[in-house]
Ligand binder design. Structure first.
Ligand SMILES: [Zn+2]
Length: 99
């Protein structure tokens, strides 16, 4: 009997930062992944529905948490501290985080 084998797939093999700071290293890139039997998509994976801190990647409260608008896009933060860090050098945090 062929049991399910669990593996992770992402766009590339680059490590992904999940909420809480956990790093996930994908087993396969999309282009090379074996055909799945079952696909599990983590909840909260849509940053539009549930944003993450642009500095540390933590879950944030989109309604009450601090936010900044940079180049027409809204970024959310877990704390006023991280908002200050972002505001001081936004470019530093964009590109680092692939949300
Ligand atoms: Zn943060």
């Amino acid at each position: 009997m062929d049991w399910f084998r669990l593996y992770t797939v992402a766009e590339t093999l680059a490590p992904i930062r999940a909420s809480g700071g956990m790093r996930i290293v994908p087993d396969h890139a999309l282009a090379t992944a074996p055909e799945p039997k079952v696909i599990v998509i983590p909840a909260h994976s849509d940053p539009n529905n549930h944003p993450f801190c642009a500095v540390c990647g933590m879950d944030v409260d989109a309604v009450n948490g601090p936010k900044s608008v940079y180049k027409g896009k809204t970024y959310y933060f877990c704390s006023a501290d991280h908002k200050d860090q972002f505001d001081a050098a936004p470019a530093k945090f964009l590109g680092a985080s692939k949300l």
